[in-house]
Design a binder for this molecule. Structure first.
Ligand code: KDG
Ligand code: MG
Length: 406
């Protein structure tokens, strides 16, 4: 039996990039950690937690995880949205961490136990030119990855989502500074170029490697249908975020024209954002991250809904989701039958020093480890040496200057 919560502290640090961490402490000294990072809006979630949530946690029973979730979600008139749900998600993960540490079990054991031995992971390969991309895909496969997201430059554009100009793995979209960088984007040029690039990658690597691609919300329904069709021979594991996900019915048009599997959901915050797409079977993979969709308790329900409709789970896992969320997602993945793959962009070594973790990557697969709780710590002393620095995701304009989806 764990005593009541006596402290809930929010720490924002920037070991190469910004992270928001919630630390919940119980009267008998058990500490649970949750991730509340929302790229480019970190301080909003920190304030939501510090000013509006932390005072409500003091004196609560940390064992009542679902009740606390309901209290923070249903008990508040203004609900949903990324800021609120990231804050609730951080509390939820911290409480699962405390529960696991209290009973001396890794969280996946508390979720019903393992349904698999390990979790397939995919990472990113990027190349401005096709030859460079092929080299990177091959080098990434040599590091053990069995599934790789491939993103390429587009002739005529100086910036393309997912492509690091210097080559290699180090793509980091958030630029430091007080205002976002403005990029110029042309979907027509992208659609003309990318099928040929991905065909060459597939030809080079053979049929077995799982290839993925992210269109990052930039196409019209018709363009999306056309791209999906053009990529059918590439045999993608998935084509991600073809259209902005607010207009969900358009996925029906895309579906009717292509068998390329569709993945969506990294910007979703609740089960209700995904309900229609899942029950209408308009997608093949749901991509919500633990941190942005209310934590383990809520994402577990979403994944269970997806299971009914043969939609599989492939959560968001970029480097702007902290190692705590990645760990929490792996525990859920171990216990979720319809979990397919985990995005794993990797972290700078300094990030792993600040967040020492029991989870590990080996030969294409991730495992959460068997440490009690989530199994991710937080070195506050080291973190304090890297204070918050303003940093923003870019914004994008079309060739004629109008704003478009980044
Ligand atoms: O913060 C935004 C990034 O997490 C996002 O652009 C990464 O699309 C992304 C992905 O699939 O990893
Ligand atoms: Mg994406």
């Amino acid at each position: 039996m764990t005593d009541k919560i006596i402290a809930a502290d929010v720490i924002v640090c920037s070991p190469t990039r910004n992270f928001v961490t919630l630390k919940v402490t119980t009267a008998d000294g058990v500490v649970g950690y949750g991730d509340a990072t929302l790229n480019g809006r970190e301080l909003s979630v920190a304030s939501y937690l510090r000013d509006h949530v932390a005072p409500l946690l003091i004196g609560r029973d940390p064992a009542r995880i679902e009740d606390t979730w309901q209290y923070l979600y249903r008990g508040v008139y203004w609900r949903r949205g990324p800021v609120t749900m990231a804050a609730i998600g951080a509390v939820d993960v911290a409480l699962w961490d405390i529960k696991g540490k209290t009973v001396g079990q890794p969280v996946y054991q508390l979720l019903g136990g393992a349904v698999r031995d390990r979790i397939l992971a995919y990472t990113h390969a990027t190349g401005w030119e096709t030859a460079e991309l092929i080299d990177q895909v091959v080098a990434t496969r040599e590091r053990g990855f069995l599934a790789i997201r491939a993103q390429a430059g587009v002739p005529g554009l100086d910036n393309v989502y997912g492509v690091h100009k210097g080559g290699g793995e180090g793509y980091e979209p958030a630029g430091r500074g007080v205002a976002p960088v403005e990029e110029v984007w042309d979907t027509d040029a992208y659609i003309r170029h990318i099928p040929g690039v991905l065909e060459q990658v597939r030809e080079h690597v053979g049929p077995e490697l799982k290839l993925l691609h992210d269109a990052h919300h930039r196409l019209t329904p018709q363009q999306a249908a056309r791209l999906g069709k053009a990529l059918e021979d590439v045999d993608l594991f998935w084509l991600e975020d073809v259209t902005p996900a607010e207009n969900q019915d358009v996925l029906r048009l895309v579906r009717n024209h292509t068998t390329t599997p569709l993945a969506i959901g990294e910007v979703f915050n609740t089960i209700w954002d995904a309900q229609h797409l899942i029950t209408e079977q308009l997608i093949d993979f749901i991509r919500v991250a633990i941190v942005h969709a209310g934590g383990i308790s809520h994402v577990r329900k979403l994944f269970a809904l997806a299971e009914v409709y043969q939609v599989r789970c492939g959560p968001h896992g970029p480097s702007d989701v902290s190692p705590i969320s990645l760990g929490a997602g792996l525990h859920l993945g171990m216990a979720t039958p319809n979990f397919a793959i985990q995005e794993y962009m990797g972290y700078d070594p300094l990030v792993s020093e600040v967040f020492p973790h029991a989870w590990s990557f080996d030969s294409g697969y991730l495992t959460p480890g068997d440490a009690p709780g989530v199994g991710v710590g937080f070195d506050e002393v080291l973190a304090a040496r890297y204070p918050y620095e303003p940093a923003y995701l870019p914004v994008a304009r079309r060739l004629d200057g109008t704003m478009t989806d980044w």
